[in-house]
Structures are given as structure tokens and as C-alpha cells.
Design a protein around this ligand. Structure first.
Ligand code: IPE
Ligand code: IPE
Ligand code: MG
Length: 251
């Protein structure tokens, strides 16, 4: 596939060895806005644009899955104004997605507990899920983590497995890693190869705790609204220089 070279770094990316699944903690929106004397919500708006841009770039170069952390189970601690602004941006994105995902061949899926989410957003998520079902399984897929927490995801999976055992559908001794993975929001999706966190913070903040077991991590000081194709290329180049051993010994 012909790839538009967005800068010289694109030339250093080995397009034949791309990470199949990239996950990003979209952090630094608030600081980006504060540094410009703007309200934090302006940072979230700019961050939403960055997401559109990076998702398009991932799709164009041939990354198959992009999972982004949009709102955590802990983010409800923020002001009602800020939470409302983030939810409004998500709604706008979902409405756009319903209109364009079929045309652009983009699968869209949500991770997280949707129960406390506003009914209109839940309905939109159901719509995007239905459209996704009709799209080819090998089309580019974006996963948006909304009211997502890694611990919460594991607890929801455990509760469901326990309920299936109580109903006689499963036996505790059957449980292995593959079966358990099938109870998670990420079922049927390979674990992320590369997890990127912008904004200079060196922590996971409850992101993909089960799935990150053998992910490569990449941290950058760039704030999410400033993150661009060149930053992503840099992260991929770093990823491609890593030696992934998965506990084995190099032959
Ligand atoms: C990430 O940016 C977006 C969300 C957590 C919803 P932040 O809002 O956390 O930005 P900083 O970390 O305060 O700069
Ligand atoms: C993580 O960022 C969650 C999202 C990016 C959605 P936070 O800004 O909430 O994380 P902490 O508070 O710095 O750990
Ligand atoms: Mg933050």
C-alpha cells in the first residue's frame, strides 16, 4: 500500500513489521489547555481531533487495532462540567461514526461498563456495534475505552464466569487464560503489542491490566493534543528496536 510520508521518520518505520495492536492513554489534554490559558475542556476538544487524526493514520499504514483510553472509572472524580464536556465530545464522535464507519470501513467497539453512561450514548454504542458486525473482520478496528478500568473489567469478567458456573454452564476447573480472556471487553482481540502514554506520566492508571502482560511500553513528554504522526512513527520505530522474548531465550 502506498503510504504518504508525513515526515522523514516515516521512512524509518518498517511497514512489514508494524505492531498489530497499538493502545494509547490519551493523556495531557488539561495541561495543554492550561498552558494556553484555555479551559480544560478546550484541551479535550483538541484531544478528540488528535484521536481522529491518529486513528486515520493507523488505518492508512495498516495497523489493525487501535485502543484508546478516553474516560476511566476514576475520571468521574472530575467536575460535572468537565465530565459533561468529555461525554458531549464522545457523543459527537459516535454520531459521526454511525454516519461514516461503513463508508470508511472502520470497525468501532467500546470497552468499559456502559451501565452508568447516558442512555443516548449507550444507544449510539449499540448502533456502532451493529454496524461493526456487518464489516469485514479484518477491517481496521478502533476500540474506545469509556468508563473503563482494568480492575473493573476483570471483576465484571469474574462475576460473569461465577454466574455461568452457578448456572451450570461452566466448571471452575475449566478456567484457563484463553477462556478468561473471552470474558473480558477485549474478547477476540489480540493483546496490545505497544502501549503509548504521552504527557510524561509513567504509569498505567488502570489501563488494560490483564492485556498488557507482554506489551511494550513507550512514554513521551508530548501532550496528547500535540501528538502527531511523527510521534507515532517515533513510537513504532522504538517498538521495532525492542527484543520481545516472551520469557524465552533468544536462539
Ligand atoms: C486526558 O487528559 C483525558 C482524560 C483523562 C479524560 P487529562 O484531562 O487527564 O489531562 P491532564 O493530565 O490533566 O493534563
Ligand atoms: C488516564 O489519565 C485516563 C485517560 C487518559 C482516560 P488520567 O489523567 O485520568 O490518569 P492519572 O490521574 O494521571 O493517573
Ligand atoms: Mg491526565
Amino acid at each position: 500500500m502506498a503510504v504518504k510520508q508525513t515526515d522523514s521518520l516515516a521512512g524509518q518505520v518498517d511497514m512489514t513489521r508494524l505492531p498489530r495492536h497499538i493502545a494509547i492513554i490519551m493523556d495531557g489534554n488539561g495541561r495543554w489547555a492550561t498552558r494556553r490559558g484555555l479551559p480544560r475542556t478546550a484541551g479535550h476538544k483538541a484531544g478528540a481531533e488528535t484521536f481522529r487524526r491518529i486513528a486515520t493514520y493507523c488505518k492508512n499504514i495498516g495497523v489493525q487495532y487501535l485502543t484508546v483510553y478516553a474516560f476511566s472509572t476514576e475520571n468521574w472524580k472530575r467536575s460535572a462540567d468537565e465530565v459533561g464536556a468529555i461525554m458531549a465530545l464522545l457523543k459527537k464522535y459516535m454520531e459521526e461514526a454511525v454516519e461514516t464507519m461503513e463508508r470508511d470501513n472502520i470497525r468501532l467497539h467500546f470497552f468499559g461498563d456502559m451501565t452508568p453512561i447516558a442512555p443516548e450514548l449507550r444507544a449510539l454504542a449499540r448502533e456502532t456495534d451493529e454496524i461493526t458486525e456487518h464489516l469485514s473482520a479484518d477491517a481496521f478496528q478502533a476500540n474506545v475505552c469509556l468508563n473503563y478500568g482494568g480492575r473493573d473489567e476483570i471483576l465484571r469478567a469474574v462475576r460473569q464466569f461465577a454466574a455461568d458456573c452457578a448456572a451450570g454452564k461452566r466448571k471452575p476447573e475449566e478456567l484457563d487464560e484463553a477462556l478468561f480472556s473471552g470474558y473480558l471487553d477485549s474478547r477476540n482481540i489480540p493483546d496490545p503489542d505497544l502501549i503509548i502514554r504521552p504527557s510524561g506520566e509513567l504509569r498505567l492508571s488502570n489501563f488494560l491490566l490483564w492485556q498488557c502482560a507482554y506489551s511494550e511500553f513507550y512514554f513521551t513528554d508530548a501532550l496528547w493534543p500535540d501528538f502527531d504522526e511523527a510521534e507515532l512513527n517515533r513510537a513504532i520505530v522504538a517498538f521495532q528496536a525492542r527484543d520481545r522474548r516472551f520469557g524465552g531465550v533468544k536462539k
